[in-house]
Design a protein around this ligand. Structure first.
Ligand code: MN
Length: 503
């Protein structure tokens, strides 16, 4: 469902006419070689497309305009091999609506000590040419990612790779549609927000539906489609005996399959990239969709429970960024704590809806009562996540801006077996510690819902926040509360002023 290789980043080199055709020919040849190498790098998931060297304001503006309307172009990777007087860039950058990365590199890695002459110096000027270009972006208050280093270095490619993933997720949001089945749940605050502001600033639209529209889709699913899904379940999961063919609860699994197919049909017909449900509003649905949500997320759909459209959109963006990387990405909730000072941990789960992409091994397909909601027992996948580095991210609406809060965490094995816990779960130790991380998250206003990922890092989300114009707060191994509280207060001033300047 998510294919990054279909997308492209344009490799754009700036120069000027001053140097004459011979030098410019060399500039173009070098740029082509770099673009080709970046395109071949496995660290960069999109195509890198070489664009002819730009030497005039008109050519720059023309390229920026073309990038704006190129449907597969995620953004520009810009580099000044020589010197490109930056007033030439003003008109182009003014109209550019695509993200920009500034690659500050040099075609030659080393100074050729014994042979260096003025010809070499005139050709290899990025050390100051890129500073001239950087100034105009700062002067124009433009967000971008600056990547410094030799273009063959793994670290440089990995940073560009992260940026292209963030830019791809941004492109994916533009014009995206998210379905909200039912409305917000009861009086929950953080799942609300300004959907009009989200559409203006972030590019995606949230469409509300009565759950009856979904029920109609579920009821029109053919028994053949249900049988096909049952076959998939039997193969992919460790199916509990009562759900197997001939088992006492096989009918409940059939119902779950019908719900899944109905949701799939509804979402694909409406070209939605994600959705929300509300367990209090299930009129006409026999069970709360558990298995269906877990499997739809695994296919790339964003999801937020209880009407949480911001998290649904965030999970979708994280899945785009994670495409092709090892490790899963899911909707998540900090559910309950282990507060033993010898090793404090969070048990993350939800009632049912954790994406099967984070499962270690074959998930178990089980049926258990839900305890709340008053519906038939829902079918769900039960599993643990593999240990390793991960993060949680939360997008909140502060009234005058959206804030993205990210916490680095370490997934750890459960200390003991959890024989009676009938849901998928992830156990993690937040960085720098549970007390600091939870306090920082709470001071920041982070939601109880999050996007969880073992595939992407804070770098991806920081790049994404820069592109999207989101406030970015990163809770990491060196975070301390006094500093974080200051950052929160300073940011209030910054965003108040920024609104005055930019509106
Ligand atoms: Mn919840």
């Amino acid at each position: 469902m998510i294919e990054l290789k279909k997308l492209e980043a344009w490799f754009v080199t700036g120069s000027q006419d001053l140097y004459g055709p011979e030098t410019l020919k060399q500039v173009a040849a070098h740029s082509q070689q770099i673009a080709k190498a970046l395109n071949a790098s496995s660290a960069i998931p999109v195509k890198i497309v070489f664009k002819p060297v730009l030497t005039s304001p008109d050519a720059i503006a023309e390229l920026c305009q073309a990038a704006n309307t190129a449907p597969r172009c995620v953004g520009l990777i810009t580099w000044m091999h020589t010197f490109s007087p930056a007033k030439m860039w003003i008109n182009g950058l003014k109209i550019l609506h695509k993200p920009v990365a500034h690659l500050h590199t040099q075609f030659n890695r080393d100074i050729p000590w014994s042979s260096i002459d003025m010809d070499f110096m005139n050709l290899n000027q990025a050390a100051h040419g890129d500073r001239e270009y950087g100034f105009i972006m700062s002067r124009m208050r433009l967000n971008r990612k600056v990547v410094v280093g030799y273009w063959e270095e793994a670290a440089v490619r990995s940073q560009l790779g992260a940026w292209t993933r963030a830019a791809a997720a941004w492109l994916d949001w533009q014009g995206a549609r998210f379905a909200r089945f039912g409305d917000n749940m009861r009086e929950v605050a953080v799942t609300e927000g300004d959907k009009v502001a989200a559409q203006i600033k972030l590019g995606y639209a949230v469409h509300g539906f009565g759950v009856g529209d979904l029920v109609a889709a579920v009821q029109s699913v053919s028994s053949q489609a249900v049988e096909q899904l049952l076959g998939e379940y039997d193969e992919a999961y460790a199916v509990a005996p009562e759900l197997r063919k001939g088992g006492a609860q096989r009918a409940a699994l059939k119902e779950a399959a019908r719900i899944e197919q109905g949701m799939r049909d509804f979402l694909s017909q409406g070209q939605f990239k994600g959705f929300t449900t509300t367990f209090e509003d299930l009129h006409g649905l026999v069970q709360l969709p558990g298995l269906a949500v877990q499997r739809l997320m695994a296919d790339g759909y964003g999801f937020g429970a209880e009407g949480d459209w911001k998290t649904a959109a965030l999970v979708r963006a994280m899945k785009v960024m994670a495409s092709g990387l090892p490790g899963g990405t899911s909707f998540m909730e900090d559910y309950t704590y282990h507060l033993d000072p010898a090793g404090m941990k969070v048990l993350g789960a939800h009632m049912l809806e954790i994406c099967s992409s984070v499962a270690a091994g074959k998930p178990a397909l089980e049926i258990h009562p839900l305890g709340i909601g008053g519906k038939a027992d829902p079918v769900r996948l039960v599993f643990n996540a593999p240990p390793g580095a991960a993060l949680n991210a939360s997008l909140i609406d502060l009234g005058n801006r959206f804030r993205l809060v990210v916490n680095d965490v370490q997934v750890v094995p459960a200390t003991e077996a959890l024989p009676k816990l009938p849901v998928a779960r992830v156990i993690w130790e937040p960085q720098p510690s549970l007390p600091v991380a939870a306090a920082a998250w709470i001071y920041s206003g982070g939601a109880h819902h999050a996007g969880f990922s073992q595939a992407i890092t804070a770098e991806h989300l920081e790049d994404f926040a820069e592109i999207a114009g989101l406030e970015f707060l990163h809770i990491h191994g060196r975070t301390e509360i006094t500093g974080l509280k200051k950052e929160l207060r300073w940011n209030e001033v910054y965003y108040a002023l920024q609104k005055g300047w930019l509106s």
